[in-house]
Design a protein around this ligand. Sequence first.
Ligand code: GDP
Ligand code: ZN
Length: 293
Amino acid sequence: MLKGKIIKGLSGFYYVDTESGLYECKARGIFRKQKITPLVGDNVEISIVDEENKKGVVETIEERETELVRPPIANVDKALIVFAVKDPKPNLSLLDRFIVHAERENLEIVIIFTKMDLDDGSLDELVEIYEKAGYKVIPVSSEKHINIDKVKEELKGNTVVFAGPSGVGKSSLLNQIDESFQLKTGTVSEKIGRGRHTTRHAELLKLECGGIVADTPGFSSLELDGIDEMELKEYFIEFDKYDECKFGSKCVHENEPACDVKEAVENGEISKQRYESYLQLLNEIRQKNSRRY
Ligand code: GDP
Ligand code: ZN
């Protein structure tokens, strides 16, 4: 048996990357009976059927650490959330929405602000907001080749998705990280940027720096379906340490008097910007839920 990772699935075949190369595999019939569908990203064991033609069979699937729906990939461990400093101007409420989705999927999060060469003074504040919340923030410029190595460090040894709106420079950044990326994906802008957001097939690409990246951006739907009013606050990690709020676990940190989170917003320990995003999302969830009942 050979250990490997499924990096692509196509018409019932799974392409498994192993230390002895790539194998085209079928899945054992038992998986279908158990209603288990192998997923891109799965860590598997295969038996070799035909070494010459690199054909095998997926025998076992390791338990998944994470399982993304869009794109459908198992065992992603990190989300690199990408927004531009300028052109387009960052929509922070959208950024916070990406964070909520990534937190919900239990991914490690790094926030990248691209196009720092265009900065006209807003970058410092952006970095401050998200560092204060507890995130690692990396400003980069693909144009001027700044901090590309720092992003590579984040990729090394991890399976990551890039997430963020189109036009912020995700494909430009990936091209800087790995010069052969364009060859691997064909038309990059079509793949990771515009146009392929509705894709149902995802593929993992191995990068020279030792990371693995999804060829489609993460969280193509940012709907808040299924998130409970009480649950949202868990995804604003800077609220965590105030969870001993006088109102206990029932506090949604909104209209409750003497709420510790509100106090922290007042005295600047929590960013107002982030708190307002939270309230906005909270209201959206309520409206959704009231329509449902
Ligand atoms: P994507 O849709 O997120 O993949 O974004 P692209 O990589 O296609 O980039 C969108 C536009 O932003 C392109 O015109 C890029 O040339 C430009 N761009 C990307 N990165 C930078 C950067 O670091 N600085 C500047 N000034 N422009 C950039
Ligand atoms: Zn509270």
